[in-house]
Design a protein around this ligand. Structure first.
Ligand SMILES: *Cc1c(COP(=O)(O)O)cnc(C)c1O
Length: 556
């Protein structure tokens, strides 16, 4: 198989491989890590290109009820990194920046190469380009993207790797397309139009967030100053990315195939980017998760056996592991026989982390009695103060309902795995349609943790309301967006929030809690949840889709 298959180079700013290898922040990195793991499991000819972050992503420390960001003082050292002996040069701000190429020596066929500018031969300051994941903006961010992209292509050349497909996962690596154009124009003497046509034959692109602010835009002047133009002129760069330069528009124009990360997101993304002329078609490839990483073996083997009591016991064992972790970290002892809701996401306004507390007159009695217990986790983006306010509010709620609400500090893969194995309910309540996919709900569902979610991201593809989980909508079908309401933007949002929160309470109190009281019925739903997601939302299925729908040579 490997011989006819295209060789793929996968570019991504972050990778979630293991919890303490701190080169990831959240969803995008976890997805990239799971993509690599699936490629390894399937013995695919796929390699990854990423960054060796010196200080990783911001750590979260809670002090006196408020979250603070922190970075390790010592730069991270990893003994499983292999020195390839390769160094490549990228010219940034007219200075040569050397990038060392490390290899993560655990994937065999699916090698992961990481770029690192922390070298004595670099000019003062440039060794800090690979310092903090998403920790800078403007010049700093562009420099990081140039290292990943331009450095990444040059690393492949120096390593003697010749990919058939360059996959840009999200838009951070799009300057790799500019480097591929430079090669064709400067080294092979092609005209721009011909070079672009040739480059596109080998590039595919995945677009993620449908939130406008999450799509990066840079002024041309700055790109030119940084050296990101390479051999190109302003007119050509505008033709690729518009003005100002949209990284996502560039990704769509530099690629032959593009994809979104769920079916609903396919619609949203196609509408959102319909103004981009010359863009690659966007198909939907729903994300999947690596089962070896995210499922609890005890629970999965109990599902295979099918015995209701054994499934319940395995679930309770996973729940107890989570309760132990909560007690160890927060000193709070939750009740294993009461409903436990999990919620963990990046703290961003549209994700509405504190939504369940909207109407104390409805929910308070359940929190006070401990009938409903909730465990939260989630960091704010390092440059996002609003996000930190949201976290502060969750901590305030944990203080107020100290026997039933907890906030776990410093959300990472260890916490992510414990929560998606050990909760009873996985809650997700973003404002539709802002969630591109959401993979934590998939992890939960496979482990028989029932989703209670807005019909956003991946959930419309899996939800069988009242059978394998619940939609937060009156009948399990009708899902609204702000556009279904009248008035100013703020008024629309307020009405949507009101509509959603009433549905949330209705389903939680009238469906979830009564079902939880009936163990037979609950385990029946757990079985359905596992059955409907274990294959369909696996990283194996996802990777097969990538090969079939975007990597395959016939898509060229
Ligand atoms: C799975 C996971 C994510 C991604 O989850 P979403 O559902 O996309 O929010 C983020 N962070 C961690 C630590 C995870 O384990």
């Amino acid at each position: 198989m490997a011989n006819q298959e295209p060789k793929v180079a996968y570019f991504c700013m972050e990778y979630g491989i293991t919890s303490d290898f701190k080169i990831y922040s959240g969803g995008l990195g976890i997805l990239a890590g799971d993509h690599m793991k699936a490629a390894y499991d399937q013995n695919r000819d796929l390699i990854g290109i990423g960054m060796l972050w010196k200080q990783g992503y911001n750590e979260q420390i809670i002090k006196e009820g408020r979250p603070y960001k922190a970075y390790p003082v010592e730069t991270e050292k990893y003994d499983f990194l292999q020195d390839t002996g390769v160094k490549v040069k990228v010219e940034i701000r007219e200075r040569d920046v050397w990038c060392k190429v490390w290899k993560v020596d655990c994937f065999n066929n699916a090698d992961l190469y990481l770029l690192d500018t922390d070298l004595p031969e670099n000019y003062a300051g440039d060794e800090w380009i690979t310092d903090r994941l998403y920790g800078g903006f403007n010049e700093h961010r562009i420099a990081q993207e140039m290292v990943l992209s331009i450095g990444g292509v040059r690393a492949l050349r120096a390593l003697g790797i010749e990919p058939d497909v360059y996959h840009f996962n999200d838009s951070h690596p799009v300057f790799a397309g500019i480097e591929l154009l430079r090669e064709k124009m400067e080294d092979e003497g092609m005209w721009f139009d011909d070079a672009l046509r040739e480059v596109r034959k080998n590039v595919v692109f995945t677009t993620h967030t449908p939130v406008a602010a999450g799509n990066e835009v840079h002024p041309h002047k700055l790109l030119k100053y940084m050296g990101a133009y390479l051999h190109l002129n302003t007119e050509q760069m505008v033709a690729i990315g518009d003005a100002p330069f949209s990284m996502t528009a560039a990704g769509l124009r530099l690629s032959r195939n593009a994809n979104s990360v769920a079916s609903l997101h396919e619609q949203t993304a196609n509408e959102m980017w319909s103004h981009v002329d010359g863009a690659a078609p966007i198909v939907g490839i729903t994300n999947g998760v690596h089962r070896g990483t995210w499922t609890d073996e005890r629970v999965v083997s109990a599902f295979e056996g099918g015995d209701t009591n054994k499934i319940w016991d395995a679930h309770q064992a996973a729940k107890q592991d989570l309760l132990d972790l909560i007690e160890e970290r927060n000193g709070v002892k939750l009740d294993p026989n009461k409903l436990l809701i999990g919620f963990a996401r990046r703290a961003a306004p549209y994700k509405r982390s504190d939504f369940i507390f909207s109407k104390p007159e409805v929910i308070e009695e359940y929190l006070k009695s401990g009938e409903v217990q909730i465990v939260f986790a989630g960091k704010a983006h390092p440059l996002d103060n609003k996000g930190r306010e949201i976290v502060a509010r969750l901590i305030e709620m944990a203080d107020k309902y100290s026997n039933s609400v907890v906030f776990l500090e410093d959300y990472d893969m260890v916490i992510g795995a414990a929560l998606t194995r050990g909760c009873d309910i996985w809650l997700n309540n973003p404002r539709r349609p802002k969630e591109a996919s959401g993979t934590s709900g998939m992890k939960a569902a496979m482990n028989g943790v029932l989703n209670l979610s807005i019909l956003d991201g991946w959930w419309p593809e899996a939800c069988n309301h009242g059978v394998n989980g619940w939609a937060i909508s009156p009948d399990g079908v009708e899902a609204k967006t702000a556009e279904d309401f009248e008035g100013s933007y703020d008024e629309k949002i307020a009405q949507l929030d009101e509509y959603d929160v009433n549905n949330l309470y209705d389903i939680l109190l009238n469906q979830v809690l009564p079902t939880y009281a009936d163990k037979e019925k609950w385990v029946g739903m757990m079985k359905e949840s596992h059955k409907d997601t274990y294959v369909k939302f696996s990283a194996d299925r996802m990777l097969n889709d990538y090969y079939r729908l975007v990597y395959a040579p016939e898509n060229n």
